[in-house]
Design a protein around this ligand. Structure first.
Ligand SMILES: [Zn+2]
Length: 81
């Protein structure tokens, strides 16, 4: 499997209408080795984080009963070193 899967390319929309907005550049807290991607729900507009292995099958936590998303962290002053 290539490191860069097409399902994590910004603009990709998965089978549930969830669109990849961007690669946050932060590591996943639930799946070591994966990065967190920002997804946007095409139905309700909710934005949340999902790790790379989840993107293709992700359900919206707000309106589709999906798992709670990973924290979205903005790039900025390094609060965590
Ligand atoms: Zn939604």
């Amino acid at each position: 499997m290539p490191r860069t899967a097409p399902t994590t390319t910004p603009g990709f929309v998965n089978q549930n209408g969830q669109m990849v907005v961007r690669d946050t550049g932060f590591g996943s807290e639930t799946f070591p080795g994966q990065r967190v991607y920002q997804l946007r729900c095409g139905k309700c507009g909710n934005e949340y984080g999902a790790n790379g292995t989840d993107v293709f099958k992700r359900l919206c936590p707000e309106c589709q009963g999906g798992a709670v998303g990973e924290k979205l962290r903005e790039r900025g002053p390094g609060l965590f070193g």
